[in-house]
Every structure is written in structure tokens, then in C-alpha cells.
Design a protein around this ligand. Structure first.
Ligand SMILES: [Zn+2]
Length: 450
């Protein structure tokens, strides 16, 4: 836990004590304790206590130290550091000598908040002028340590919107936006032009409900692509809370797409078994709805909830697998495999390939134009240690990325702008969607013998 104090023009230290007592009863104790502690510990080398953060509007350049930082008028130093005592001594002296300065407990904050907000003010300022590199981003914005250049940090959604057409220069989401924008247009074309001309649509043997389910799938695919375009366009914002919301929009789209893919598969395999069909459709739909809610819940957004998220997708996929097994047992394995073959050949293979790129950071992990950090601070370190923004500030917030050995085409410098793993993931999702659409058409044609 840190204490945040501020020095402002206005009154003397004595006056301040009274004001603090009056204004913030909660902070008063801490403030008094802090001063007492300062007096006692000023010259002691070791202090095993709480860290102290000091916010100051007075000129405090002299407080810069290797294990402290000044960030937009905020000074943070660890109580374990020698700066701790001297910093507060200087503050006290300043308050005592200058009658127009007051010292005030503003609020209590924790290490996690300080680390999370570190460098935000500078990033805001830089973001108005240009795109940032990885080491200029505050920690919560850092998601892929292999992507170095071209980060947007815009202060308006209008700028994000214009970034679809690279109004402020090519950035590292351009390819991600356009892969799914192209995908969305293609899905729209499938829905309005291609499907009404297929033999499945024209055949009277295929029930109307089956035709409708193709549209349910195409609608989910379109929603997935548009949600992704929306998410990747507006995540260029400098507002962290909104940025996480845009990520939720993106995840929800993918969850709905997967649910719709499973539903269509279950529909074909279980069509002859109405009660089983209802059961599978109902359970998968409920799971899908649960998945979307889960995406929006901050409780499930945390890294600790990752195993639960993975279990959820396995369960959803298992429903599709289960319907296949039931068909195998009831209708024969040969028939079941023959009916399901288009799904494995045309859609599953693309989805899996996409996931492989998504999870492996290929190809950007092989870039050699920049020396990429071997490891990044863990969630645990980011929420418990100030060292990432003090002692190791020069590593995590270096002015320029460290240049690597090569700069030619094979150094993969271009992954920041085109062809990163996420763009490949997008491309394979599009191929998976188109493949699944054709797989449904094939399965329906096989199922109803047209
Ligand atoms: Zn994406």
C-alpha cells in the first residue's frame, strides 16, 4: 500500500494538519503516522514498511533518483530505498520554510494502480503527435511483446475511426481491421447472392428450418467479423476502461461464431432424432449465451480465469463431438463420418490453423530487426513491486527499442504493419467461416440427397 500526498500552494504545514484532520478522517491517521515515521526513520538505512508515494506540484527535480520516478508531477519512491527518507525530509523542509505550501494526504493507492497508470500522461501527450512504440505504452496496453511499432494512442474515437483508412499513418491494427472488413463483405455476398442460388436453397426436399439455420450461421459470422472490425478500430483509444470493453465486443463475436458453427453441425447430425436435437441445440445455445456473458464479466476477464475459459470452449466443442458420436452409435460410424467429413476438411482445419497462429505468435517471434525482451513482468510483479517503474524503468520504458542485427526483408521488420500472427488468425477465421458455409451446403445436400 502507498500513501499519496500532495504539496500545493495555500497554507503552512501546521494549517494543513488541521485541514487534513477536518477533511479526511480516514487519511488523517495515515498522514500523522507517516510524519511520525519520517521523523523516526529519516536517518535509518533499513526500513521494512509500506511504500510511500508523493504527489507534488512544486519543483522537485532534485528528487529524481534511480529507484524513484517523477511522472507528470507525481513522485514515487519505495520506502525501502534511501530516497524515501531524504525525499520526505526535503518535502517537510520545503513545507516548513515556505509559508505558501501545504502538504496533504490525497488518497491511498496501491502498487498495482501506480504501475498500471505509470507513463500514461506521457503516452497521452505522445499519442496526440504520433504512433507509439511498445516501450512507450503503459503496461496494460502491452499485449504482444513482439509487435514493436505502430501503436495508436488516440484521445478521440473519431481519430480511431479515421485510422481504418490510415488517416494518421499505417498502424499495427490496419491489417487486422481490413482482413475482417473484407471477410464481412464476403459473408454478406454469400448471404445475399450466393446462398439463394444454391441447390440447397432451391430444393424443396430441404426443410425451411434448415435453410434458416444457414442464415443463422451467416448472421453470426457477419456479427463476428463486424465486432472484430469494431474492436480493432476503436481499441486505439487511450482510455483503458473503454479499451477492455472493445476487447469484450471482439470476444463475444468469436463466441457467437463458434456457437453457431456447433449448432449447425448438431442440426445436421441430429435431425432424425428430434428430442436429442432439441437437447443439443438447447444446451449449446445456453452455453453460448453463458459464454457471451462470461466475456463481459470482469471476473472472467482476469488471467486466473483462463483455465475456466478454456474449459468452456472445450465443453462447447464437446457438444458437437457428442452429437457426432451419438449419430455414430445410432446410425453407424460410416454414415456419421461421411456426413461430417465436410466439416473436418473445410472448416475445422482452418479454425485449428488459426488458433495455432494465434497462440504461437508466429511469425513475429522470429523478427531480428529488434532485440525483443526474453520475458515480461508477470501479473504478480506488476501488482506487488514498484521496481518495474523505478529500478528497472530504463528497461521497460526505454526511449527507443533495442536495434537487432538485421534490417533487411528477412529480419521481418514488416510484422508491425502486415502479416503478424493476429492477422493470420483473422484470415483463417475468414477461411473457416467460408469453409463451414460450404461444408453445411455439402452436408445438407448429402443429408437430403440432392
Ligand atoms: Zn482480432
Amino acid at each position: 500500500m502507498l500513501s499519496r500526498m500532495s504539496v500545493q500552494d495555500g497554507s503552512t504545514l501546521v494549517k494543513l494538519r488541521k485541514q487534513v484532520r477536518k477533511r479526511c478522517a480516514g487519511g488523517y491517521k495515515r498522514y500523522n503516522g507517516l510524519l511520525g515515521l519520517l521523523k523516526r526513520r529519516r536517518h535509518e538505512e533499513e526500513y521494512e514498511g509500506e511504500a510511500v508515494e508523493v504527489v507534488t506540484k512544486a519543483p522537485m527535480e532534485y528528487l529524481e533518483h534511480s529507484d524513484s520516478f517523477c511522472d507528470g508531477g507525481t513522485l514515487v519512491c519505495s520506502s525501502r530505498s534511501s530516497t524515501y527518507g531524504s525525499t520526505l525530509t526535503l518535502l517537510e523542509d520545503e513545507c516548513a520554510e515556505t509559508s505558501d505550501v501545504k502538504l496533504e494526504v490525497v488518497e491511498e493507492v496501491d502498487v498495482k494502480v501506480v504501475v498500471r497508470e505509470f507513463h500514461q500522461a506521457q503516452a497521452n501527450e505522445l499519442g496526440r503527435e504520433r504512433h507509439l512504440h511498445y516501450y512507450q505504452l503503459p503496461f496494460p496496453w502491452r499485449e504482444n511483446r513482439f509487435i514493436i511499432h505502430g501503436y495508436r494512442f488516440y484521445d478521440s474515437h473519431y481519430k480511431s475511426l479515421l485510422s481504418i483508412v490510415n488517416w494518421y499513418g499505417w498502424h499495427n491494427e490496419t491489417a487486422n481491421i481490413w482482413t475482417h472488413l473484407g471477410g464481412a463483405l464476403y459473408v454478406l455476398w454469400l448471404a445475399v447472392y450466393d446462398f439463394p442460388r444454391t441447390s440447397v436453397w432451391e430444393s424443396e426436399q430441404v426443410p425451411m428450418v434448415a435453410k434458416c439455420i444457414v442464415y443463422v450461421f451467416l448472421a453470426a459470422a457477419l456479427k463476428c467479423m463486424l465486432a472484430s472490425v469494431f474492436g480493432h478500430t476503436f481499441n486505439g483509444t487511450c482510455c483503458l476502461a473503454l479499451r477492455s470493453k472493445f476487447a469484450c465486443v471482439d470476444y463475444s463475436g468469436i463466441t457467437m461464431l463458434i456457437t453457431a458453427s456447433i449448432l449447425t453441425t448438431e442440426f445436421v447430425t441430429m435431425y432424425n432424432y428430434p428430442w436429442s436435437l432439441r437437447f443439443y441445440l438447447a444446451v449449446s445455445t445456453v452455453l453460448g449465451i453463458f459464454g457471451v456473458i462470461m466475456n463481459w464479466s470482469p471476473k472472467f476477464d482476469r488471467p486466473e480465469a483462463r483455465p475456466l475459459r478454456i474449459k468452456f470452449f472445450i465443453l462447447l466443442a464437446a457438444m458437437g463431438g457428442l452429437s457426432f458420436m451419438q449419430l455414430g452409435l445410432l446410425g453407424g460410424w460410416k454414415y456419421a463420418s461421411w456426413l461430417m467429413a465436410p466439416v473436418t476438411h473445410k472448416s475445422l482445419v482452418w479454425y485449428l490453423l488459426g488458433v495455432a497462429f494465434y497462440g504461437s505468435f508466429v511469425p513475429e517471434r522470429f523478427r531480428t530487426d529488434i532485440v525483443v525482451d526474453k520475458r515480461i513482468p508477470t501479473e504478480q510483479e506488476l501488482s506487488t513491486s514498484l521496481e518495474v517503474v523505478t529500478r528497472h524503468k530504463h528497461v521497460h520504458f526505454r526511449p527507443e527499442p533495442t536495434a537487432g542485427a538485421r534490417t533487411d526483408l528477412w529480419s521481418l521488420w514488416w510484422v508491425d504493419y502486415v502479416g503478424c500472427s493476429h492477422s493470420w488468425w483473422h484470415l483463417f477465421v475468414v477461411l473457416g467461416v467460408v469453409g463451414h458455409y460450404h461444408a453445411i451446403i455439402d452436408m445438407f445436400a448429402n443429408r437430403w440427397g440432392i
